[in-house]
Ligand binder design. Structure first.
Ligand SMILES: NC(=O)c1ccc[n+]([C@@H]2O[C@H](COP(=O)([O-])OP(=O)(O)OC[C@H]3O[C@@H](n4cnc5c(N)ncnc54)[C@H](O)[C@@H]3O)[C@@H](O)[C@H]2O)c1
Length: 297
């Protein structure tokens, strides 16, 4: 039997905001393989996430796949990935009590805490995306929203890896970063606007650049391009159910993906079994991306 064994590895997971999104299911897969988990959640969501991790009501959500027990997370740290350091924080956010109570909620603050409390990062999960104008067609997208989408959804991978590099380099079995993309970064998906398609295209080439930059330090960087799934962020697009049904009807495997399948693939990519895989975009989409002409549905 070939095991996926992540015991003792520290996994830092961004993008957990509830128990529905990909980051939650990825965390459960990593935990089922034995990883130690730390969340870096949006400052406004830290308390909500901490509650989901504790409440009896949410116990079922915390059950790990493969009968591996219950999800335990060592820390839920605040991080708004729009900010590299406190010097970048705008006036409005500086005066927002939902932020100030957390102290340093920037990427640098996150790296400082990880250095002090864990001393290493073996796995980094990037599951963050946002555009204030996701419902706007490209042609109607403002410059401000476009740049925000790129900053939060794409550049943040570079910023996180830059800040965490000292903790990730030359780990005993290497370190692994996995970021989540979508087919909208390769092809036109109607309604995937507001600069999000650009952000996913940028994220994909950035991951390849970063794989090349960080390979000599034995840090691997890969992308999972996931099929459509009705998370909170995807529901903001408006027609997510239609996207899921279309993909389910037209994919070589004629069904929708599950979030657990994205979690399982992430666990594989973060394991020594994937030690020669870097700079790769792996589609977890039931094969939808290979289709040229879709069957009549
Ligand atoms: N759901 C889909 O259909 C789908 C398909 C392919 C890829 N993806 C990608 O998967 C990733 C996770 O999204 P999801 O669909 O699970 O939705 P989600 O809503 O669960 O996750 C998005 C997360 O981004 C966080 N976030 C937004 N702005 C932030 C900021 N400035 N700082 C810190 N965190 C911030 C939110 O708090 C949220 O937790 C995203 O990159 C998304 O684009 C989603």
């Amino acid at each position: 039997m070939i095991p996926i064994d992540l015991r003792g590895k520290v996994a830092l997971v961004t993008g957990v905001g509830d128990d529905r999104g990909f980051a939650w299911h990825i965390s459960k897969a990593l935990a089922a393989a034995g990883a130690r988990l730390v969340f870096a959640s949006h400052p406004r969501l830290v308390n909500i996430v901490a509650n989901i991790l504790e409440r009896d009501l949410d116990r079922e959500s915390r059950l790990l796949p493969f009968g591996a027990g219950e999800l335990k997370v060592e820390k839920v740290l605040p991080c708004d990935v729009a900010f590299d350091s406190m010097a970048d924080v705008d006036e409005k956010t500086l005066n927002d009590k939902r932020y100030t109570k957390h102290g340093d909620y920037t990427i640098q603050g996150l790296a400082n805490t990880m250095t002090k409390e864990f001393g290493a990062v073996d796995i980094l999960i990037h599951a963050v995306a946002f555009s204030p104008e996701i419902k706007n067609k490209m042609v109607d997208t403002s410059r401000k929203a476009y740049l925000t989408a790129l900053s939060i959804s794409a550049f943040s991978l570079t910023a996180l890896l830059k800040a965490l590099q000292p903790l990730m380099e030359n780990r005993p079995e290497g370190a692994s970063a996995v970021a989540l993309s979508y087919l909208g970064g390769d092809r036109v998906v109607p309604h995937y606007g507001g600069g999000m398609s650009t952000a996913k295209a940028a994220l994909q080439i950035d991951a390849k650049q970063l794989a090349s930059n960080l390979g000599p330090k034995n840090i691997r960087v890969n992308i999972i391009s996931a099929g459509p799934y009705a998370s909170r962020a995807a529901s903001a697009i408006g027609d997510i159910d239609e996207m899921v049904n279309h993909a389910a009807a037209c994919s070589p495997l004629p069904r929708a993906i599950t979030a657990q399948e994205v979690g399982n693939t992430t666990a594989f990519l973060c394991s020594p079994l994937a030690s020669a895989i870097t700079g790769h975009v792996l589609y977890v989409d039931c094969g939808y991306n290979v289709m040229g002409i879709f069957p009549k549905v």
